[in-house]
Ligand binder design. Structure first.
Ligand code: ARG
Length: 391
């Protein structure tokens, strides 16, 4: 029998896919779960479900370091947020697809499968990478058969597939964030219930005293938190904890999906919100006006590319290069205050600071204020001429 490698989480969609691939497509199914920090429990669940369902082989691929160092780090340097969403799911998908290709190569498979529906963004992200980086046939059983969630549940019941019954929401999780969709959240008229949140306190339950946190950066990458140096994965973990306890990082939004649908999406991204706020606060100190303006434009462009499944687009690589060049000076320290969902920078320092305390001071005598007079005369010269004509 020919082999297919299925990107597998052990959730409803991918569990149903195993059986469908065997029965409807006559393929031997190899499941592969890529660890991008979704947690020990999720990794174990994938292993267990794969075994119970009788797939021929299961892979667990630890891609956490790569995810942090090659994907999240770029997101931080770019300040990449799509409509306020720090792209936690979107950044992980290209890496997951790449890892699945590697398994398919090893197994001499003929196809790669995924459990995405035909409505979301992830089908674009997986398939864009598979198409660009391999020649494998792509199978999307749920989309192919146009299945609804209820139909999937029925199919699973009929075939006695193992299912964690308590799941009402569709949740995607990795170290950069959690996304929660589905069920009553689909209707924007419904308030999101407190139970969906796992990483963040509500504003009401958040700590009653403000907390200070210090983040140090080297060339745009956070390297220490509260004076303690650590690798990016641990640092993000610590950021998630500190910001989450202070009610920072809940995003409840109406998102514009690739296929044009508007959807109500909820994210928990405490660490991302903290680190991006710190990073931007430091950039304000070290980048020039023009760099900051251009950076804002690049950030939007970068986020759109990542969101819209264009990780393989050369412009993304071009932007990375331009951003890296700018980030060489984004080193230093920012102290921020967290309190019941808000973040505010308190202090910033850097060896590359362009801020000159001598010059900006009201007490400065060195800068001759009179020199500016001539500059002003020319500054809005054309506007003045235009208004004179009007008058
Ligand atoms: N809407 C988000 C995105 O496109 C997250 C989708 C994650 N999937 C989920 N089952 N919650 O990046």
């Amino acid at each position: 029998m020919e082999k297919v490698v299925l990107a597998f989480s052990g959730g409803l969609d991918t569990t149903v896919c195993v059986k469908l691939l065997e029965e409807e497509y006559n393929l031997e199914v190899i499941t592969a779960c890529v660890d991008v920090g979704q947690g020990e429990e999720e990794i174990k669940k994938a292993e267990k479900v794969s075994k119970e369902i009788g797939s021929s082989k299961h892979y667990t691929i630890d891609a956490r370091d790569e995810f942090a160092n090659d994907y999240i780090s770029r997101g931080i340097k770019a300040n990449a947020e799509y409509e306020g969403y720090p792209l936690s799911t979107a950044l992980a998908r290209p890496l997951i697809a790449q890892k699945i290709i590697e398994v398919a190569d090893k197994e001499n498979a003929v196809a790669i499968a995924h459990g995405c529906t035909g409505k979301g963004n992830d089908q674009f992200r997986f398939e864009a990478v598979i198409l660009a980086m391999s020649d494998y046939q792509i199978i999307a059983p749920i989309r192919d058969l146009n299945l609804t969630r209820t139909e999937e549940q029925e199919y699973a019941r009929k075939h006695g597939l193992p299912l964690s019954s308590d799941k009402t929401y569709s949740i995607d999780e990795n170290i950069w964030g959690r996304s929660i969709e589905g069920d009553l959240l689909e209707d924007p008229k419904n308030e999101a219930p407190e139970e969906i949140y796992a990483w963040t306190s509500s504003w009401e339950d958040a700590k009653d005293t403000p907390q200070k946190v210090a983040i140090e950066f080297e060339e745009g990458i956070p390297i220490a938190i509260n004076g303690e140096m650590m690798g990016l994965i641990d640092l993000i973990g610590e950021s998630n904890k500190i910001a989450g306890e202070n009610g920072v990082g809940r995003v409840d939004m109406i998102e514009n999906r690739i296929i044009g649908l508007k959807s109500r999406e909820i994210y928990e991204v405490p660490g991302a919100k903290l680190l991006l706020a710190a990073h931007k606060a430091l950039e304000e100190l070290v980048l020039t006006t023009d760099e900051i303006r251009f950076k804002e434009y690049m950030s939007t462009l970068y986020a759109d590319l990542v969101y819209r499944a264009m990780w393989q687009e050369p412009l993304r690589e071009d932007l990375d290069q331009a951003i890296d060049q700018m980030q060489r000076r984004v080193s230093g320290k920012v102290v921020l205050k967290l309190f019941k969902g808000s973040i505010a920078p308190l202090t910033r320092e850097s060896d590359f600071s362009l801020h000159d305390i001598e010059e900006i001071s009201f007490e400065d005598k060195e800068t001759d204020q009179r020199e500016v007079e001539g500059m002003i005369k020319h500054h809005a010269l054309q506007a003045a001429k235009y208004q004179k004509l009007n008058r």
